[in-house]
Ligand binder design. Structure first.
Ligand code: 4AD
Ligand code: MG
Length: 460
């Protein structure tokens, strides 16, 4: 019977004749026997296998090099070696797939992140990227568990849309037209002949549809892929990323901030509790201060601060920033990081941003100048969460749509929510990759998603 390495390593007692399948991490030859370290990805640790000379398959060891896939049957016995309780004494070995040592690129114990990005298809076989994938999986489950426990409903919103949620025009076009044939630039409304009879895009956010469902069944959330054709080649932006988007009916900006703060903390706790071995790797090899940083987020309440006061702090900081700071300008990562890393030394929730720099759907405040927006800024990353209370008043929403240069006709169904039983509601988007960066201390988004999509790279 096949047993996963994880289960073999935490077995309660010695066992006879179990089967383990996995990839060879190392092979050491001694007199009369060999050691294989086998990893099957079920956990960080390897199972040590002792292969005595003469057992069936022993002669295959010659071709069994690092990276090769093997199936070993043997007895689980207590290990005399340090650092492990159990090892396997093989009774037979099968070589499932060779990995030519001249060509298999993962021979060394450690490789640079840059090199590993060039072999993104193989990097999950390293300790670090195996751990990243397991944490990613566990945290995804944690997100669903978190919302499920709070009574939120998991909803699915369209990936292909006809409207631009953020109004920033950073969308990928979806078409079934053969652009090489139909590329004449003077064809008016070429999309009339397209699949949907109009221009279609990959979604930048599920929010607008989520609002519709929230204003029917209450608290909901989406957790899915979103796409942005913004040409920012930074360590924090990907063209395809996963976003967690809760939306709450009968909720305001404060409820929104409470939820954003709570989920951030709960996700850190979830990773520490359920991925302890994998998290330890990141604490040891990626960021020696990771544990302290995470503890400080867990142990302090987030600083809540109006945008205007944030601007004042930045202006008085005496710091030379690359980008200017004044009311009405969007904050850059350097500003966000100054506020949470240097000034408050903890996560900051900035709220009430100028209306001019935020999307049309955010609720206009009584001052007429700001909207009920909030961003959660965290050390090391900057913006982790962006959200708002939504504009529930029809007339104001319509004028905001036209003010931001959008076409009201594209949003008729969104406006209907304000025509029929409109209610205060609020929600936010939490970038899942940025959450993973926060939790693991990894500083480049390309290393928390296994096949990153960024400008001019689509290799895998
Ligand atoms: O602030 P954003 O643009 O907000 C929205 O899209 C809202 N419609 C969400 C909502 O209210 N339901 O994006 C939300 C979060 C950001 O704070 C960031 O964490 C992440 O999504 N994000 C990105 N992550 C990786 N790469 C990108 N290009 C990202 N753009 C946004
Ligand atoms: Mg934002």
């Amino acid at each position: 019977m096949r047993v996963k390495v994880k289960d073999a390593l935490c077995a309660q007692s010695a066992e006879e004749k179990i089967n383990v399948k996995g990839w060879v991490r190392t092979k050491r030859q001694a007199k009369g026997f060999s050691f294989l370290e086998i990893n099957d990805g079920s956990c960080l640790k390897n199972l040590q296998v002792v292969v005595d000379q003469g057992i069936p398959g022993y002669d295959l060891l010659e071709k069994t090099s690092t990276g090769a896939a093997v199936s070993v049957t043997g007895d689980l016995v207590s290990s005399p070696g340090k650092g492990q309780t159990w090892e396997m004494k093989a009774v037979s070995l099968t070589l499932l797939g060779e990995a030519d040592p001249e060509k298999y690129p993962l021979q060394k114990k450690r490789h640079s992140d840059e090199f590993l990005r060039t072999i993104a298809h193989l990097r999950p076989r390293t300790n670090k990227y195996g751990a990243m994938n397991r944490i990613r999986s566990e945290l995804s489950f944690g997100v669903h568990k978190y919302f499920h426990d709070l009574g939120f409903k998991y909803i699915h919103t369209p990936i292909i849309t006809g409207s631009d949620c953020e109004g920033a025009g950073e969308m990928f076009t979806v078409t079934s037209l053969d652009l090489e044939k139909n590329s004449s630039p003077d064809t008016q409304n070429v999309f009339e002949n397209d699949f949907f009879g109009q221009k279609a895009h990959l979604t930048v956010s599920g929010q607008l549809s989520a609002e519709n469902i929230a204003c029917a069944i209450g608290d909901v959330y989406t957790f899915g892929p979103t796409f942005r054709a913004e040409n920012s080649n930074t360590p924090r932006h990907a063209a395809e990323f996963w976003m967690i988007e809760p939306e709450m009916a009968f909720a305001d900006l404060n409820d929104n901030m409470d939820l954003a703060e709570d989920i951030t903390r709960k996700m850190i706790e979830h990773a520490l509790e359920h991925c302890s071995d994998d998290m330890e790797l990141f604490m040891k090899f990626v960021d020696k201060n990771l544990k302290a940083k995470l503890d400080s987020i867990l142990n302090q309440t987030f600083q809540r601060l109006p945008y205007l006061e944030g601007i004042e702090i930045l202006q008085k900081s005496g710091r030379k920033f690359e980008y200017p700071v004044e009311f009405g300008l969007d904050l850059q990562t350097e500003h966000e990081r100054y506020l949470c890393e240097d000034y408050f030394k903890k996560p900051v929730i900035l709220f009430d941003y100028p209306r001019t720099i935020k999307p049309f759907y955010m609720r206009l405040n009584d001052d007429g100048k700001t909207v009920a927006a909030m961003d959660v800024l965290v050390p090391g990353i900057g913006e982790l969460v962006g959200g708002s209370q939504r504009e529930e008043r029809l007339d104001i929403l319509r004028s905001r749509i036209s003010e931001t240069g959008l076409d009201e006709d594209d949003y008729w169904w969104y406006l209907d929510l304000r025509r029929f039983g409109t209610v205060p509601h609020a929600g936010f988007g939490l970038g899942f990759e940025r959450l993973l960066m926060l939790v693991t201390g990894v500083t480049n988004i390309r290393d928390v998603i296994m096949f990153p999509r960024t400008p001019r790279t689509l290799d895998f």
